[in-house]
Design a binder for this molecule. Structure first.
Ligand code: PLP
Length: 394
């Protein structure tokens, strides 16, 4: 397996000279290859006109879909590019033709926005939400899931890697169960895409949502949706426009046959080509070497933090990723974040509202979230841990 040239990727990343960036689960640092595409496209728009720029760069824009398809192991016609992962997820979720009494099976670590959507559909359509319990390692219990299946289950919707910690849910094992039972499977891969290899065929999901700015290192305001070909035409988007559909006669329209039915007409083209460049950058490094590096840096950070008296780690699961969640005795999470920022160390915090089922069950209100990427170094992590010690010492 090729390894990542850390010097080179850091040189590619102007932000590495400015900050210790441990907020890759929030928004990562763009490599200059991405920045150049975004800025270059904006310049072209300014100098030649927006429509004219899009026409001139038509082939490049089309290649964005090819790149995302290569990343996920699917066809370009199965990809929609939208403004964020939430909207991508929503466009698919709200297209599911729920009937009263249908069941949605989800996970303890489900993302807040997704759960709010479940609650809305539960209220509006009389759908039931059933939460699959965790196993003893704190990940979705595959055994429990098997026991929960019946003919009323319309959807299995799972967050792969939650926003609030290192857990990696067993997405492919769940996919196998969903396939065997012929149940629609929606995977929120927002934190996992770009961090680890994900192939929609082996994962077995029918729908997957992802974002640009997190582990893919793309620009903000970009996201994408994968919908398996045989599901696309069975899912009529909740919102349509003249990009998603064609107005064929006074009283008629025809919805597109590819996944772009989930998009809308106006879009941020600079962001889109930036997203394509970010995917290409990840593919050029290789998702296996990226995952190898990210997971081992995550493990290193856990071992350093775990050795600090007063530091408590909160990551669940058998397999742990680059997101490290912790608390510091007697100091609230936001204070820790601000103190780290004074040292130019970027982290974020994760409140109970983002993953309420999981946080409530563990009696947690807010966690500090330090998320590593492959361009981080062991020295940065050592420095971070020394500053955490300083914060503890007052
Ligand atoms: C960040 C996040 C989202 C939302 O992504 P956006 O691009 O901000 O819409 C969804 N799910 C998980 C697990 C996330 O961490």
């Amino acid at each position: 397996m090729q390894t990542i040239d850390i010097q080179r990727v850091r040189k590619d990343t102007p932000g590495c000279e400015q900050v210790v960036h441990l907020n890759n689960a929030g928004a990562s640092l763009m490599p200059r290859q991405v920045l150049d595409e975004v800025v270059g496209f904006l310049n072209l728009e300014a100098l030649t006109g927006g429509y004219e720029a899009a026409e001139q760069r038509e082939a490049q824009i089309a290649r964005v879909y090819e790149s995302i398809a290569a990343l996920l192991g699917c066809g370009a016609d199965e990809i929609a590019v939208v403004e964020n992962a939430t909207r991508a997820w929503d466009m698919a979720f709200y297209a599911v033709p729920f009937q009263p009494g249908d069941r949605i099976l989800t996970a303890m670590a489900e993302y807040g926005s997704n759960y709010i959507a479940f609650l809305q559909v539960a209220r509006q359509k009389g759908v039931r939400i059933d939460v699959i319990p965790n196993d003893e390692a704190g990940q979705v219990s595959v055994e429990a899931l098997k026991g929960m299946l019946d003919e009323r289950v319309r959807l299995i919707a799972i967050t792969h890697v939650p926003t609030n910690g290192g857990l990696v849910n067993p997405a492919a094992e769940i996919g196998k169960i969903a396939r065997d039972a012929n149940i629609l499977y929606l995977l929120d891969a927002c934190q996992s895409v770009g961090q680890m290899p994900i192939d929609v065929q082996t994962t077995g999901c029918d729908i997957l949502s992802g974002t640009g700015r997190k582990y893919l290192r793309g620009p903000r305001g970009t996201g994408f949706l994968y919908v398996r070909r045989d599901w696309i035409e069975r899912l009529e988007p909740p919102l349509l426009d003249l990009h998603a559909a064609v107005w064929t006669a006074r009283d008629e329209y025809v919805v597109r046959k590819d996944a772009r039915r989930f998009e809308n007409w106006e879009t941020n083209y600079a962001g889109k080509v930036g997203l394509g460049a970010a995917v290409d950058y990840a593919l050029s490094l290789g998702l296996d070497p990226i995952w190898e590096r990210v997971s081992s840096l995550g493990a290193y950070m856990r071992s350093c933090l775990g050795a600090i008296p007063g530091g408590t780690l909160h990551d669940l699961g058998r397999v742990k990723c680059g997101i490290v969640s912790f608390t510091v005795a007697g100091i609230d999470a936001e204070t820790v974040r601000k103190r780290l920022l004074e040292h130019k160390i970027n982290v974020s915090t994760s409140p109970v509202e983002s993953t309420r089922l999981d946080m409530d069950e563990r009696g947690l209100t807010r966690l500090v979230r330090a998320s590593v990427h492959y361009f981080n170094t062991g020295q940065e992590i050592d420095h971070f841990c020394r500053v955490v010690e300083q914060i503890l010492a007052g």
